[in-house]
Write a protein that binds this ligand. Structure first.
Ligand code: SF4
Length: 683
């Protein structure tokens, strides 16, 4: 129940939900959060959405866990911190002694601050001695980071949100910011209403798709042929920015030869979009210059997720839409600190600041006082495989409900059940805790200090509003305490987040200018190499990585093996909705649950009629991986043959359905394409 009271104190902090990174003031009264109001910042300009403004009551939910617990005799037994830490340290040490450090994996989280994610990966590499460290970015925008880093040199959005008002045309791909990044969605809509052109690539007729000049309702799995066909149009119709290509791009002649096989007329049937619409979109994107591309998980969560982003980067390179205001390739990061979690080094293949072991390793070894682990680390999905196969014995997961979140839940459950030690660190007993050995109660975003990193490369302060309840502690405190118990206190004796952040700044040149005193008044976009540097709203103004030209990527189309057939004749995509957030851990413990009490199965009217379904009917959806029951929502936003559902409500457990297919390069699950059939609930 919400407690209503006049706040007697307001604290400025960052929103805990999406990657827009809105700034807010949190009102406190009698030891509770009782209100949130928007703060002014370059990101949100005095606005908040229904999640940031109203969904804060999770902090005081009755089922908040406030004591460490150990599983004994099949149940959870509350214990003191000394007992929990001693028990966990002993079990971890036994596993390392018996199976080696690579039998342990650590998972950081967007719910944790930059400082906490930095300590998590340092713990993995220094205390345990493994590169088995990853975070939730793996399942969303690791494909974006990989594509942007590979082709342009920096794995982050190229342009700041402020460029929305400077663009003439938007290419919005696989993203529904009206619901998932609402403050940015509203800014895009405003700019479109002022005259900017809008191209939307989305299988569904979203609010912005309905407003678009061209809506390309791509068949799920058809992004690469669609983007290649747009590129072919640019080449064929003389819409390439020849000066930009000559000055800053290599591989043009080879690319022209490659893309000639991907004309809109050849690709229309493959991607499900009329050739004329593909050509119209390419012309608008080229003519709009500067044109700004935003993309979301509808691009990344595919077999060719990384390659889909690379195909988008090709479009920007061909039209000169990089290195200038109002342009760029901009992933809309889903979670508050998902950019920061990976950027801090919760990535098996890179160190803090996305720096390579080869270039930066010696500096890290000098500061950390030990050799870096030599072995190749496992990513999150590889950890699941290794756990299933009995090779990974322990996982420590921070603020991340793996079981609820990963695709193909049955496989995830099998993997988690085979671990010898699963340390769950969260506010609540989440679904992953079903398999947990130890539970560490974490402080919430309102109960700790630190920083988050948003979608447009700003580091922003998180400030403590309240003390944590009971024995809950900030993640950074817990990591340091466990390092001490494991006999490795050196390098883990920081007196607070600012000291941790200063070590990050010392190791990450692009963040060196972002001191806490500066962040009190300012949030420049990194790179910001010194305290007088103004920040870098536009990346690649003069050159790409290491002063080089960028190379166009020739991306052949590879069809997903997840295809419809007579047994599974419908295609299901999954995504998020306005009132809720991800696994629902927070938003379902707020009044937003009243606004949107359930996920729904969205279905086209013609399919609903064929199956005899109407709004509110409960239907069982069955895939090759599992089944779930959902209430039907009939809507003309869906194309015939396609279904959509969100995955927020914990008990509906939609990821029982989703596919085991993964991105070919970085293993993000293909949440966007699952073949299913519909059955009566008792069928
Ligand atoms: Fe929070 Fe995102 Fe909403 Fe802003 S748009 S208030 S960051 S959920």
């Amino acid at each position: 129940k919400r407690v209503t009271a006049e706040p007697d104190n307001w604290t400025r902090t960052s929103c805990v939900y999406c990657g827009v990174g809105c700034q807010m003031e949190v009102g406190r009264s009698a030891g509770r959060v009782v209100a949130v109001r928007p703060a002014n910042s370059p990101v949100n300009r005095g606005h908040l959405c229904v999640k940031g403004r109203y969904a804060f009551d999770f902090n005081h939910a009755d089922d908040r866990i406030t004591s460490p617990m150990i599983r004994r005799d099949g149940g959870w037994e509350p214990v003191c911190w000394d007992e929990a830490l001693d028990f966990t340290a002993r079990r971890l040490q036994e596993i390392v002694d018996r199976h080696g450090p690579d039998a342990v994996g650590v998972l950081g989280s967007a719910r944790a601050t930059n400082e906490e994610n930095y300590l998590a990966q340092k713990f993995a590499r220094v205390v345990i001695g493994t590169n088995n460290v990853d975070c939730c970015a793996r399942v969303c925008h690791t494909p974006s980071a990989k594509a942007l880093k590979t082709m342009l040199g920096t794995g982050a959005a190229t342009n700041a949100f402020d460029d929305i008002e400077a663009t003439n045309a938007f290419l919005l791909c696989g993203a529904n910011p009206t619901e998932n990044h609402p403050v940015v969605g509203a800014r895009i809509k405003q700019r479109v209403l002022q005259g900017a052109r809008l191209i939307v690539v989305d299988p569904r007729r979203t609010e912005l798709a309905a407003l678009a000049d061209v809506h390309l309702a791509v068949r799920p799995g058809g992004n690469v042929p669609l983007f290649n066909a747009m590129a072919a149009t640019l080449v064929e119709e003389g819409l390439v920015d020849r000066d930009f290509v000559a000055a800053r791009v290599v591989g043009f002649a080879d690319y022209v030869a490659f893309v000639a096989d991907y004309t809109p007329e050849k690709m229309a049937a493959v991607c499900g979009v009329a050739a004329g619409d593909i050509r119209a979109a390419a012309r608008l994107y080229a003519a709009g210059r500067p044109s700004m591309c935003f993309h979301g998980l509808g691009v990344t969560e595919h077999l060719q997720g990384t390659e889909g982003v690379m195909a988008l980067i090709n479009l920007a390179l061909l039209t000169g839409n990089l290195g200038k205001p109002g342009a760029g390739i901009n992933p809309l990061r889903g979670q508050n600190n998902v950019q920061g979690a990976a950027q801090m080094g919760c990535d098996p293949a890179s160190l803090t600041g996305a720096q390579s072991f080869k270039d930066a390793g010696p500096r890290f070894e000098a500061v950390w006082g030990r050799k870096l682990p030599a072995s190749h680390g496992l990513d999150l999905l590889q950890m699941m495989d290794a756990a299933r196969d009995g090779e990974l014995k322990a996982i420590w997961a921070f603020g991340y409900d793996i079981y609820q979140s990963l695709a193909d839940a049955a496989e995830t459950g099998t993997a988690l059940s085979r671990l010898d030690l699963l340390i769950v660190q969260d506010l609540f007993l989440n679904r992953t805790a079903t398999f947990g050995t130890v539970f560490f109660p974490a402080a919430s975003v309102f109960e700790k200090d630190g920083t988050f990193m948003n979608s447009d490369r700003r580091v922003q302060r998180v400030r403590q509003v309240l003390p944590p309840p009971g024995d809950a502690r900030p993640d950074w405190w817990i990591i340091q305490a466990l390092a001490e118990r494991l006999g490795k206190p050196d390098g883990f004796a920081f007196d607070g987040p600012e000291a941790v952040w200063n070590e990050v700044r010392a190791l990450w040149p692009a963040g060196a200018g972002l001191s806490y005193p500066r962040l009190d008044n300012d949030s420049p976009n990194w790179p910001c190499p010194d305290e007088r540097h103004p920040g870098t709203p536009v990346l690649h103004a003069d050159h790409f990585a290491d002063g080089k030209a960028a190379e166009l990527a020739r991306i052949p189309f590879v069809a997903t093996p997840e295809q419809v057939d007579d047994t599974y004749p419908l295609l299901l995509t999954t995504g998020r909705t306005l009132n809720h957030f991800n696994a629902g851990t927070m938003s379902y413990r707020t009044p937003n649950a009243t606004l949107a009490p359930s996920d729904t199965l969205d279905i086209a009217p013609v399919d609903a009629a064929a199956y005899g379904l109407k709004d509110g009917d409960i239907v069982r959806v069955r895939s090759r991986y599992g089944h779930a029951c959902l209430p039907v929502h009939v809507t003309p936003a869906m194309r015939p043959g396609q279904l959509f559902t969100s995955f927020h409500r914990p008990d509906l457990f939609v990821n029982q359905l989703t596919s085991s297919v993964r991105d070919r390069l970085v293993h993000a699950p293909e949440y966007k394409v699952t073949a299913v059939r519909l059955e009566k609930p008792d069928g």
